[in-house]
Design a protein around this ligand. Structure first.
Ligand code: ZN
Ligand code: ZN
Length: 418
């Protein structure tokens, strides 16, 4: 039996890869305008990096990570997200000493052992943006603004921005108590996970995927009403800066994001077109993470974009081949093939997009392939043509045909097709 790919881990075939390339190129273009530099981080890390950063009692760490011992018995994990690795790299290479390196983006595959569903897979792809050592609320607003500019550039429809504040340790501690008190009152109705996490990490009930817990969440106290003065002021400032950029937003006190490390402003870009999994991208501030991972005590913020979901939202024609000319060289007979082969290379080096047939098929078969490849022009080289010292050029769109002398053929083709 033929071997198939692992469930939830997919190939990306050439007929859709144009969309991926479009998303990647728009990300590179927009982010670099905002002063971001690309960083490439490993796919495999020590398990400890994720259990410490994401939080031991999160769904990701408890249930979803691909973790295994390598041949030396060291516990490794396929990265379930990128932020922890970027922070680890920043610490490891002492980038805080290099003021030119503060704003990063990275893109690539992540791995979580979730139930595969439309737009959500076990190998999925993210674009991540991280900013370090900047805690001005203006930076939060700019990061959010850049996310929206990026989605706008890709013409993603009906995007709404949801905002929340996760406070700081000062306001979180008393809030945790009032949430724990509430959960104590409804403990019998909680799912078994939430019963267990009620004491260790009560905030996690906000992203529990069990329906009955969702109903309890609606009545739970929210952190937004328990912010300390400083966090309140900070959140107001982020909102003011967003106002100055004419960015509309909805305050969503129930949005807590699935990771433990967030604080203060968090956000999601939502579209109703995705159904229940409605966030295209989201993120927030995570000021304590760098210190927690053994680095300097520097603030940080950022976001992640789910590429699969983004691609579902792209227009069908997005990333399609550009309207430039594509030439197919159809050779009939061995002599013509011998002459055509170096000609094709020469035309490619001259800047044209050129394909040929290597298998000595009939003209009809070659024309069919040219059509499939969406060639705009076909150059026919046959024995008749060679004898006359010409090649026949067919314009596929106009359905016209002309003879071009072999002498000076390259120049003639460049003049017509470039
Ligand atoms: Zn606070
Ligand atoms: Zn639950």
């Amino acid at each position: 039996m033929a071997i198939r790919a692992i469930k939830g881990i997919n190939d990306i075939l050439p007929d859709v890869v144009g969309k991926w390339q479009l998303v990647e190129s728009v990300a590179r273009r927009i982010f670099s305008k905002f002063g971001y530099q690309e960083i490439r981080i490993p796919i495999l890390e020590k398990t400890e990096l994720f259990s410490r950063s994401i939080g031991e009692s999160t769904d990701i760490v408890e249930k979803e990570m691909y973790t295994f011992p390598d041949r030396n018995g060291q516990l490794l994990t396929l990265r379930p997200e990128a932020t922890a690795s970027v922070v680890r790299a920043f610490i490891q290479h002492k980038l805080h000493l290099q003021p030119a390196m503060r704003k990063f983006y990275t893109m690539g595959p992540m791995f979580r052992h979730e139930r595969p569903q439309k737009g959500r897979y076990r190998q999925f792809h993210q674009i991540n943006v991280e900013v370090f050592a900047m805690d001005d609320p203006m930076v939060d607003a700019e990061v959010i603004y850049m996310l929206l500019v990026f989605l706008e550039e890709l013409k993603i429809p009906r995007i709404k921005l949801h905002l929340n504040s996760m406070g700081c340790p000062d306001c979180r501690l008393p809030f945790r108590q009032s949430l724990a008190d509430y959960l104590e009152g409804v403990r019998d109705k909680l799912c078994s996970d939430c019963q267990r996490r009620r004491l260790s990490n009560p905030l996690r009930i906000f992203d529990c995927k069990v329906d009955s817990c969702g109903k309890l969440v609606d009545k739970a106290p929210v952190l937004l009403n328990h912010l300390c003065r400083e966090c309140e002021k900070n959140f107001q400032s982020v909102k003011d800066h967003l106002d100055s950029l004419a960015v509309a937003y909805t305050i969503d006190p129930f949005m807590v994001r699935g990771l433990d490390y967030y604080n203060r402003t968090t956000f999601e870009a939502i579209t109703p077109l995705l159904g229940a999994q409605d966030a295209v991208g989201g993120g927030g501030r995570y000021d304590g993470l760098m210190k927690m991972l053994g680095g300097p005590d520097l603030p940080a913020t950022g976001f992640a974009i789910g590429m699969e979901r983004l691609i579902l939202l792209l227009d069908d024609k997005a990333g399609a081949l550009k309207d430039s000319n594509r030439l197919f060289v159809a050779c009939l007979g061995e002599e013509a093939k011998k002459k055509g082969f170096p000609l094709v290379q020469q035309l490619r080096l001259s800047g044209l997009t050129v394909e040929m047939d290597y298998e000595s098929k009939s003209l009809k078969a070659q024309m069919r392939r040219a059509d499939k490849l969406e060639a705009t022009h076909v150059l026919i080289l046959g024995d008749d043509e060679l004898a006359k010292g010409v090649a026949t050029m067919r314009n596929m769109e106009a359905s016209t045909q002309e003879e071009i002398p072999l002498e000076g053929l390259v120049e003639q083709l460049l003049r017509r097709l470039q």
